[in-house]
Design a protein around this ligand. Sequence first.
Ligand code: ADP
Ligand code: MG
Length: 718
Amino acid sequence: MLTLSSPIDQLIRLKEDIKIGLKKLGIHTVEDLLYHFPSRYADESQYVSIQGLAEGATVTVRGTIKKISAKKSWKTKTAMSEAIIEDVSGTLPVVWFNQPYLANMLHVGNTIELTGKVSVYKDKLAMVNPSTREEKALPIDSHDSLFGSDEHATLTPVYPETKGVSSLWIHHAVSRALSLIENMPDHLPASVLEQYSLPSLKTALIWVHGPKTKDDAIVARKRFAFDEIFSINLARQKERLEIKEQIAYSIQDVDTNDFISRLGFPLTDAQKKSIDHILQDMTKDVPMSRLLEGDVGSGKTAVAAVAAYATVMNRPGVEKKQTFGSLQVAYMAPTEILATQHFESFIDLFRHTGISIALITGSGCKKFPSKVASNKDNWTNISRAQLSKWIANGEIPIVIGTHALIQKSLTFKHLALAIIDEQHRFGLNQRKGLAKKDSHFPHLLSMTATPIPRTLALTIYGDLDISLLDQLPAGRKQVDTVLVMPDKREEVYENIRTILQQGRQAYVICPRINESDKDTARALQMKNVVTEAKRLQEKVFPEFRVGILHSKMTKEKKEEAMEEFVNHEIDILVATSVVEVGVNVPNATAIIIEGAERFGLSQLHQLRGRVQRSSHQPYCYLFADAKSERTQERMKLFTSAKNGFELAEYDLQLRGSGELTGTDQWGVSDIGMEALRNLKLVEAARQAAITLITEDPLLVKHTVLNSRIKKYEKMHFE
Ligand code: ADP
Ligand code: MG
């Protein structure tokens, strides 16, 4: 019997190329197929007559098949279908490479709809690999009154396709699945469907794949959007409840004034408020789950340091009046360089307290202070085995590190607080991994500079309480941001030269890594790191040292490049957007961003934040293909806006969720992301989730739903 979880080859026999194509689209089960939604619906009124076609236009044409046959191309032996299509105005050749089966599926005399770009093939205007849909109802669904059998339907779904898998094939497979699955229980509770007037699962699937009206399609999509946002919220609320049942060390109030006075600067009001939230949370024996959101440079590390200080000044077992040992703090950073930077700044901050601090990364371990008397003000290398022992017996209160921190072999004796920098999400399982079995559960302070809109935060951080650092420290200079016209490139390089001569450093950000990266004509015009670095070194800045950094370099090479930049052995770092994540090189005060129109506004803001870390005047130069009005508007917003959160909202509204930094990591689908533009829907879904989880905390009455939300429990930990 076919069910949603049946593998797709139980639905249809698959040829090799289709298998590969489906895998690429992430379609493994019948459910994956049914959740592969149309990206749009073609409307009959949008048909263009063949006579009126012009090269390069993307159009939808509707006509009858005059001729069709399968062939092998002469040169490459690629299997293909060729056809001639006719409408009242003329005829049009069409070829489909790698889709020879179309010649069998489509028949002379049938009407089809083709969507794609008009190009020149064998010296004639033609369509090459258009997405294709047969007008007539397919044999499979002709008996299904609910699906696709309406001869007058005017909306035809157009799917995201890939080689071997056309819209037509998907349409065919979907209708087959919908007619064969008998039992499709709805995982959403009936009460929820009713309260929000949502269609049932089966109806929504039928409507989304074969709507009779635009409204059907909209209502169906709304259901799936709600479904997803609701499910994520449910997973988060469930996690939240589970964590609330754990027991944490209660951190008693300690006097932090002296510690704060040694920071070397007065805290901003936002920092003070966040510290209050955190210390207040941690006095309880319920684990804190707090997210500290603040723009780059807003001073999250100082907040983390005060929280760490308060924690380690507490003894384990206050009630037992234990007078030795202290509670422990784990502070995890996404890269080795960042971990090392935190280690060094913590040494400065904690030096006067006599508290030991350790660093643990993939390449080794360090401990401060050194046991060697002559080296007491410094750190020393120690073995991992030795460090593990000291962490396990509670001798080292503060441990800073990379992912090496959460490896199984490492156990803390009295871990009270976990601080996680820039990890997007640190969920229940990761926290469990840190905590010793049968021991206290750590408080969590998660920190992020990734600006995200409120609706997204409500959803993916639904299990966390949020503190905002919406204020930069006083005296920070605004980045002088300029959209540069192409003929002013030389002037910019002269400005950069002056800045470098004053001993500062600069970043150059390119949208691509190297030449072969995505060989589309558009992409070829974009600057790439490798070529641009070579050009800058040889032609523009021969007197300075140019280095590169991009995501395809090995982890070691990346660390090495960053290290050289930190140590000022490199003057100009040419990089992709990988430099986004929190590295602190205060001496870098200028950034050039090539192809700026390619980046989301919030991402540009993150990049710009890299050069705002000192009291020197920072500069940001944008090169953009700014012909379109929209790009100009976006760049104008960017040069004027000061706040990353504001820009994230613009991104969401202006260009869609695809623009938000790190979208992939959140595991939210396109349709879910669409929904995030709708605050009302998000709040309703959240409320519905809270209501349900309050009634049924373990979801024992909603087992299908419970197993469905599993995938959101695991999501997004890089
Ligand atoms: P982020 O929030 O990006 O992690 P950091 O914690 O790295 O920012 O802080 C950036 C810089 O600002 C550091 O050099 C830090 O010492 C400094 N800083 C933090 N808070 C303040 C403050 N209230 N006043 C002045 N400088 C501050
Ligand atoms: Mg930081």
